[in-house]
Ligand binder design. Sequence first.
Ligand code: CTP
Length: 228
Amino acid sequence: MKASPIRCLVTAGPTREFFDPVRFLSNPSSGKMGYALAEAAANRGWEVDLVSGPVSLLVPPGINLEQVVTGQEMYEAVNRRFPDCDILIMTAAIMDYRPKEIADHKIKKFELEMVIEMEPVIDVLATVARHKQHQVVVGFAAETNQMEDYALKKLESKNADFIVANHIGGAEGAFGRNDNTVVVFTRTGQRIPQGPLPKTELAEHLIRLFAGKLEESAPANSKSPDSI
Ligand code: CTP
């Protein structure tokens, strides 16, 4: 009997939170890291679902794409697919807050200040990983400072097996660049620096690392060796 391939769920890109029909809050994520990881996983023979916010990238061949816009839509897409995946890789830069109200018409400008009341967006990773069973869970940490401290906290708070931490912001920041330097933190206390490398090459290294973990946690012969 032919073993089934590894099922990999990747999220990528930014999300948008609208406050009127033509304006939204978002961030400069390009989606490049997530798309590179999806491609590297597919090249390994894994079955890849990619849940993507709005980006201007071509979808690599052989990947099932679901496009979303808001954080809530991303949550629904990930939550629906999580039970059937073997590994979840969350690179998406989800907006943490959304306007409490969305005006149904374009808000006209005034000369005075404008205040938008915001409420938190669901933490997709922490919420789905709370119910993790066999899945390997990978989060990213986008930090401007105290990267290591925050990344270690996210390992716990997001119930992740790996946190891939990178610096964002400023000239050295990861957003939009073709290369990246990261530090991978593991549940077993490892600290693995990677890069600087083009995001495509870095993605191959990361997928190899995650494959090792899948191999450890998979019951013997349940997944195709080729697909690990
Ligand atoms: N994430 C998520 N849902 C959110 C925010 C983030 O699933 N609402 C995921 C990201 O995809 C990433 C990880 O959580 O894998 C860490 O995201 P990051 O933006 O670094 O951290 P936050 O959880 O947003 O916390 P903070 O903004 O305080 O650093």
